[in-house]
Design a protein around this ligand. Structure first.
Ligand code: SF4
Length: 76
């Protein structure tokens, strides 16, 4: 629950968060690989089928399932 995280949020900007992973700045974040997004991230608290869900890095906000940030870590 909670409002959607805005890309203009200071911490979102610091982590290069984009609500649409395909818009990630690949020059700034060369570790980004196509196909990575919040639903495939170990930190994502929603279900893979959810459009949005919580992320412990952004308490009180929801991140987009199709989003991405530079703290992305592969779900085990
Ligand atoms: Fe999405 Fe993972 Fe970044 Fe949280 S840590 S915003 S779930 S990519």
């Amino acid at each position: 629950s909670g409002p959607m995280l805005a890309e203009s949020d200071a911490q979102a900007g610091a982590l290069g968060y984009k609500a649409d992973a395909s818009k990630v700045d690949k020059t700034k974040f060369p570790k980004y690989a196509a196909g990575q997004n919040c639903t495939s991230c170990a930190l994502y608290q929603g279900k893979a089928s959810d459009a949005a869900g919580g992320c412990p890095l952004f308490a009180g906000k929801q991140v987009a399932g199709k989003g991405w940030c530079s703290a992305w870590a592969k779900k085990a």
